[in-house]
Design a protein around this ligand. Structure first.
Ligand SMILES: [Zn+2]
Length: 304
Protein backbone atom coordinates (compact mmCIF):
# COMPACT_ATOMS: atom_id res chain seq x y z
CA UNK A 1 0.00 0.00 0.00
CA UNK A 2 2.87 2.34 0.83
CA UNK A 3 4.06 2.12 -2.76
CA UNK A 4 0.86 3.56 -4.18
CA UNK A 5 1.05 6.57 -1.87
CA UNK A 6 4.64 7.10 -2.87
CA UNK A 7 3.74 6.94 -6.56
CA UNK A 8 0.84 9.38 -6.08
CA UNK A 9 3.07 11.78 -4.18
CA UNK A 10 5.62 11.54 -7.01
CA UNK A 11 2.89 12.36 -9.53
CA UNK A 12 1.87 15.40 -7.50
CA UNK A 13 5.51 16.56 -7.31
CA UNK A 14 5.79 15.97 -11.07
CA UNK A 15 2.67 18.11 -11.60
CA UNK A 16 4.11 20.98 -9.58
CA UNK A 17 7.52 20.80 -11.26
CA UNK A 18 5.86 20.94 -14.71
CA UNK A 19 3.41 23.71 -13.91
CA UNK A 20 0.30 21.51 -14.21
CA UNK A 21 -0.73 22.31 -10.64
CA UNK A 22 0.27 24.82 -7.98
CA UNK A 23 0.89 24.40 -4.25
CA UNK A 24 -2.73 25.41 -3.49
CA UNK A 25 -3.93 22.48 -5.62
CA UNK A 26 -2.05 19.72 -3.76
CA UNK A 27 -4.80 18.57 -1.37
CA UNK A 28 -7.49 18.75 -4.04
CA UNK A 29 -5.37 16.91 -6.63
CA UNK A 30 -4.40 14.20 -4.14
CA UNK A 31 -8.06 13.66 -3.24
CA UNK A 32 -9.08 13.47 -6.90
CA UNK A 33 -6.35 10.87 -7.50
CA UNK A 34 -7.46 8.87 -4.44
CA UNK A 35 -11.06 8.98 -5.64
CA UNK A 36 -10.08 7.84 -9.14
CA UNK A 37 -8.28 4.86 -7.61
CA UNK A 38 -11.10 4.16 -5.10
CA UNK A 39 -8.81 4.81 -2.14
CA UNK A 40 -10.15 6.42 1.02
CA UNK A 41 -6.97 6.80 3.07
CA UNK A 42 -3.79 8.78 2.68
CA UNK A 43 -0.47 8.37 4.44
CA UNK A 44 2.12 11.13 4.09
CA UNK A 45 5.26 9.87 2.40
CA UNK A 46 8.64 11.35 1.64
CA UNK A 47 9.69 11.15 -1.98
CA UNK A 48 12.99 12.02 -3.51
CA UNK A 49 14.73 11.46 -6.84
CA UNK A 50 11.53 12.06 -8.81
CA UNK A 51 12.23 12.23 -12.53
CA UNK A 52 10.42 15.25 -13.88
CA UNK A 53 11.22 14.53 -17.52
CA UNK A 54 8.25 12.23 -18.17
CA UNK A 55 5.28 11.09 -16.08
CA UNK A 56 5.35 7.65 -17.77
CA UNK A 57 7.42 5.71 -15.16
CA UNK A 58 5.24 7.06 -12.32
CA UNK A 59 2.02 6.33 -14.25
CA UNK A 60 3.21 2.81 -15.10
CA UNK A 61 3.76 2.10 -11.39
CA UNK A 62 0.28 3.42 -10.52
CA UNK A 63 -1.35 1.45 -13.35
CA UNK A 64 0.43 -1.75 -12.28
CA UNK A 65 -0.91 -1.21 -8.76
CA UNK A 66 -4.38 -0.55 -10.19
CA UNK A 67 -4.30 -3.85 -12.09
CA UNK A 68 -2.92 -5.85 -9.15
CA UNK A 69 -5.65 -4.40 -6.96
CA UNK A 70 -8.57 -5.00 -9.28
CA UNK A 71 -9.17 -1.43 -10.46
CA UNK A 72 -8.01 -2.20 -13.99
CA UNK A 73 -9.73 -5.33 -15.27
CA UNK A 74 -7.96 -6.37 -18.47
CA UNK A 75 -4.59 -4.61 -18.33
CA UNK A 76 -4.82 -4.02 -22.09
CA UNK A 77 -3.22 -0.92 -23.61
CA UNK A 78 -6.67 0.55 -24.25
CA UNK A 79 -7.78 0.19 -20.64
CA UNK A 80 -4.43 1.40 -19.28
CA UNK A 81 -4.62 4.44 -21.61
CA UNK A 82 -8.09 5.26 -20.27
CA UNK A 83 -6.71 5.20 -16.72
CA UNK A 84 -3.56 7.08 -17.65
CA UNK A 85 -5.62 9.94 -19.12
CA UNK A 86 -8.10 9.86 -16.23
CA UNK A 87 -5.32 10.14 -13.64
CA UNK A 88 -3.51 12.91 -15.51
CA UNK A 89 -6.78 14.82 -15.83
CA UNK A 90 -6.76 15.14 -12.02
CA UNK A 91 -3.76 17.45 -12.54
CA UNK A 92 -5.16 19.37 -15.50
CA UNK A 93 -6.62 22.87 -15.58
CA UNK A 94 -10.21 23.13 -16.84
CA UNK A 95 -10.73 24.02 -20.52
CA UNK A 96 -11.71 27.64 -19.75
CA UNK A 97 -8.52 28.11 -17.71
CA UNK A 98 -6.40 26.69 -20.54
CA UNK A 99 -8.10 28.97 -23.08
CA UNK A 100 -7.70 32.03 -20.83
CA UNK A 101 -3.98 31.32 -20.27
CA UNK A 102 -3.41 30.59 -23.96
CA UNK A 103 -4.92 33.89 -25.10
CA UNK A 104 -3.26 35.90 -22.31
CA UNK A 105 0.06 34.65 -23.70
CA UNK A 106 -1.10 34.96 -27.33
CA UNK A 107 -1.83 38.66 -26.83
CA UNK A 108 1.82 39.16 -25.88
CA UNK A 109 3.27 36.86 -28.54
CA UNK A 110 1.66 33.92 -30.42
CA UNK A 111 4.84 31.88 -29.93
CA UNK A 112 4.55 32.20 -26.13
CA UNK A 113 1.04 30.75 -26.37
CA UNK A 114 1.96 27.76 -28.54
CA UNK A 115 5.16 27.06 -26.50
CA UNK A 116 3.07 26.95 -23.34
CA UNK A 117 0.27 24.83 -24.83
CA UNK A 118 2.75 22.38 -26.37
CA UNK A 119 4.52 21.99 -23.00
CA UNK A 120 1.16 21.47 -21.28
CA UNK A 121 0.08 18.85 -23.84
CA UNK A 122 3.34 16.95 -23.28
CA UNK A 123 3.42 17.33 -19.49
CA UNK A 124 -0.14 15.99 -19.26
CA UNK A 125 0.93 12.90 -21.24
CA UNK A 126 -1.78 13.76 -23.82
CA UNK A 127 1.15 13.74 -26.26
CA UNK A 128 2.61 10.26 -25.76
CA UNK A 129 6.24 11.38 -25.56
CA UNK A 130 7.61 8.07 -24.24
CA UNK A 131 5.95 6.12 -27.09
CA UNK A 132 6.98 8.65 -29.72
CA UNK A 133 10.61 8.13 -28.65
CA UNK A 134 10.30 4.62 -30.19
CA UNK A 135 9.88 6.11 -33.69
CA UNK A 136 12.83 5.84 -36.04
CA UNK A 137 13.55 9.22 -37.55
CA UNK A 138 16.43 10.44 -39.67
CA UNK A 139 17.38 12.63 -42.62
CA UNK A 140 18.84 11.17 -45.78
CA UNK A 141 20.62 12.82 -48.70
CA UNK A 142 19.01 12.22 -52.09
CA UNK A 143 19.40 13.75 -55.53
CA UNK A 144 16.37 15.90 -54.67
CA UNK A 145 17.94 17.17 -51.45
CA UNK A 146 17.75 16.06 -47.87
CA UNK A 147 14.56 14.11 -47.09
CA UNK A 148 13.02 13.27 -43.72
CA UNK A 149 12.28 9.61 -43.07
CA UNK A 150 10.05 8.54 -40.20
CA UNK A 151 9.09 4.98 -39.30
CA UNK A 152 6.14 5.20 -37.00
CA UNK A 153 6.51 2.71 -34.17
CA UNK A 154 4.67 4.70 -31.51
CA UNK A 155 1.03 3.78 -32.02
CA UNK A 156 0.46 0.64 -29.95
CA UNK A 157 -0.71 -2.49 -31.73
CA UNK A 158 -3.89 -4.04 -30.38
CA UNK A 159 -3.32 -7.41 -28.75
CA UNK A 160 -5.72 -10.35 -29.43
CA UNK A 161 -7.51 -9.86 -26.09
CA UNK A 162 -8.25 -6.32 -27.12
CA UNK A 163 -9.43 -7.25 -30.61
CA UNK A 164 -11.86 -9.74 -29.04
CA UNK A 165 -13.19 -7.02 -26.69
CA UNK A 166 -13.55 -4.65 -29.61
CA UNK A 167 -15.69 -7.18 -31.47
CA UNK A 168 -18.14 -7.43 -28.58
CA UNK A 169 -18.20 -3.74 -27.67
CA UNK A 170 -21.31 -1.88 -28.85
CA UNK A 171 -20.77 0.56 -31.72
CA UNK A 172 -20.95 4.18 -30.69
CA UNK A 173 -21.54 7.46 -32.45
CA UNK A 174 -20.32 9.85 -29.77
CA UNK A 175 -17.95 11.56 -30.31
CA UNK A 176 -18.56 11.25 -34.05
CA UNK A 177 -14.83 10.97 -34.79
CA UNK A 178 -11.44 11.39 -33.11
CA UNK A 179 -11.23 15.02 -34.24
CA UNK A 180 -14.57 16.31 -32.97
CA UNK A 181 -14.47 18.92 -30.22
CA UNK A 182 -16.58 16.53 -28.11
CA UNK A 183 -13.38 14.54 -27.46
CA UNK A 184 -12.27 17.08 -24.87
CA UNK A 185 -12.43 15.21 -21.55
CA UNK A 186 -13.97 12.06 -23.10
CA UNK A 187 -13.01 9.04 -21.01
CA UNK A 188 -12.55 6.62 -23.90
CA UNK A 189 -13.94 3.18 -24.78
CA UNK A 190 -12.75 0.07 -26.61
CA UNK A 191 -13.59 1.92 -29.83
CA UNK A 192 -12.59 5.44 -28.97
CA UNK A 193 -9.29 6.76 -27.59
CA UNK A 194 -9.01 8.16 -24.06
CA UNK A 195 -9.15 11.95 -24.00
CA UNK A 196 -9.79 12.88 -20.35
CA UNK A 197 -6.64 15.03 -20.30
CA UNK A 198 -7.24 16.54 -23.74
CA UNK A 199 -7.72 20.28 -24.17
CA UNK A 200 -8.48 22.31 -27.32
CA UNK A 201 -8.20 26.00 -28.16
CA UNK A 202 -10.95 27.77 -30.12
CA UNK A 203 -9.83 29.79 -33.13
CA UNK A 204 -11.55 31.98 -35.67
CA UNK A 205 -10.58 31.43 -39.31
CA UNK A 206 -12.48 33.55 -41.85
CA UNK A 207 -15.21 34.25 -39.29
CA UNK A 208 -15.75 30.51 -38.86
CA UNK A 209 -15.23 28.56 -35.68
CA UNK A 210 -12.25 26.19 -35.67
CA UNK A 211 -10.19 24.52 -32.96
CA UNK A 212 -6.49 24.04 -32.39
CA UNK A 213 -4.83 21.03 -30.73
CA UNK A 214 -1.64 19.00 -30.91
CA UNK A 215 -1.50 15.49 -32.33
CA UNK A 216 -1.20 12.90 -29.55
CA UNK A 217 1.38 11.13 -31.76
CA UNK A 218 3.41 14.06 -33.09
CA UNK A 219 5.46 13.21 -36.20
CA UNK A 220 7.53 16.40 -36.04
CA UNK A 221 8.07 19.37 -33.75
CA UNK A 222 4.80 20.92 -32.54
CA UNK A 223 2.68 18.83 -34.92
CA UNK A 224 -0.68 20.55 -34.56
CA UNK A 225 -4.15 19.90 -35.94
CA UNK A 226 -6.64 22.62 -36.74
CA UNK A 227 -10.16 21.25 -37.09
CA UNK A 228 -13.59 22.60 -37.99
CA UNK A 229 -15.97 23.15 -35.06
CA UNK A 230 -18.52 20.95 -36.81
CA UNK A 231 -18.14 17.37 -38.02
CA UNK A 232 -18.12 18.32 -41.72
CA UNK A 233 -16.19 16.39 -44.41
CA UNK A 234 -12.86 17.50 -45.86
CA UNK A 235 -13.45 19.68 -48.89
CA UNK A 236 -10.78 21.34 -51.00
CA UNK A 237 -12.07 24.67 -52.19
CA UNK A 238 -10.92 28.23 -52.67
CA UNK A 239 -11.84 28.94 -49.08
CA UNK A 240 -9.43 26.22 -47.91
CA UNK A 241 -6.51 28.36 -49.06
CA UNK A 242 -7.99 31.48 -47.48
CA UNK A 243 -8.36 29.63 -44.17
CA UNK A 244 -4.77 28.35 -44.32
CA UNK A 245 -3.47 31.85 -44.98
CA UNK A 246 -5.62 33.23 -42.19
CA UNK A 247 -4.02 30.71 -39.81
CA UNK A 248 -0.52 31.74 -40.88
CA UNK A 249 -1.42 35.39 -40.25
CA UNK A 250 -2.40 34.42 -36.72
CA UNK A 251 0.53 32.04 -36.10
CA UNK A 252 3.38 33.36 -38.23
CA UNK A 253 5.95 31.00 -36.64
CA UNK A 254 3.99 27.91 -37.81
CA UNK A 255 3.48 26.31 -41.20
CA UNK A 256 0.12 24.80 -42.16
CA UNK A 257 -1.13 22.53 -44.91
CA UNK A 258 -4.04 20.36 -45.85
CA UNK A 259 -4.33 16.79 -46.97
CA UNK A 260 -6.25 16.23 -50.18
CA UNK A 261 -9.92 15.38 -49.74
CA UNK A 262 -9.32 12.06 -51.54
CA UNK A 263 -9.09 8.63 -49.93
CA UNK A 264 -5.86 7.42 -51.59
CA UNK A 265 -3.51 10.36 -51.26
CA UNK A 266 -5.47 12.23 -48.65
CA UNK A 267 -5.59 12.12 -44.90
CA UNK A 268 -6.89 9.23 -42.88
CA UNK A 269 -9.82 11.23 -41.50
CA UNK A 270 -11.85 12.51 -44.44
CA UNK A 271 -15.07 12.82 -42.46
CA UNK A 272 -13.91 15.87 -40.50
CA UNK A 273 -12.40 18.94 -42.14
CA UNK A 274 -8.94 19.62 -40.70
CA UNK A 275 -5.44 20.89 -41.42
CA UNK A 276 -2.04 19.95 -40.07
CA UNK A 277 0.70 22.34 -39.13
CA UNK A 278 3.55 22.88 -36.75
CA UNK A 279 6.95 24.34 -36.10
CA UNK A 280 9.18 22.38 -38.45
CA UNK A 281 10.95 22.96 -41.76
CA UNK A 282 10.23 20.12 -44.15
CA UNK A 283 12.43 19.09 -47.05
CA UNK A 284 9.94 20.54 -49.54
CA UNK A 285 10.35 23.98 -48.01
CA UNK A 286 14.13 23.80 -48.52
CA UNK A 287 13.99 22.34 -52.05
CA UNK A 288 15.08 24.64 -54.83
CA UNK A 289 12.58 25.57 -57.51
CA UNK A 290 13.33 23.95 -60.88
CA UNK A 291 10.56 25.55 -62.86
CA UNK A 292 9.05 28.89 -61.91
CA UNK A 293 5.37 29.71 -62.24
CA UNK A 294 4.28 33.33 -62.26
CA UNK A 295 0.96 34.84 -61.33
CA UNK A 296 0.31 38.06 -63.28
CA UNK A 297 -2.13 39.29 -60.62
CA UNK A 298 0.43 38.66 -57.84
CA UNK A 299 3.81 39.72 -59.22
CA UNK A 300 5.55 39.53 -55.82
CA UNK A 301 4.73 35.83 -55.45
CA UNK A 302 7.39 33.22 -56.35
CA UNK A 303 6.23 29.65 -56.84
CA UNK A 304 7.19 26.56 -58.77
ZN1 LIG B 1 -15.58 14.77 -36.18
Amino acid sequence: MADIFEALEQLIQYGIANGLIHREDIVYTRNRLLAALQLEEWKPVEVKDVSFASPSPILEAILDWAYENGRIKTNTTTERDIWDAKLMNCLMPRPSEVIREFYAKYNKDPKLATDWFYSLSKASNYIHTARIAKNKQWKTKTEYGEIDITINLSKPEKDPKEIAKLKDAPASSYPKCVLCKENEGYEGTWHHPARSNHRVIPLTLLDEKWYFQYSPYVYYNEHCIVFHAEHVPMKMERKTFARLLDFIEKFPHYFIGSNADLPIVGGSILAHDHFQGGNYTFAMEKAEIEEYISFPSFPSLAAG
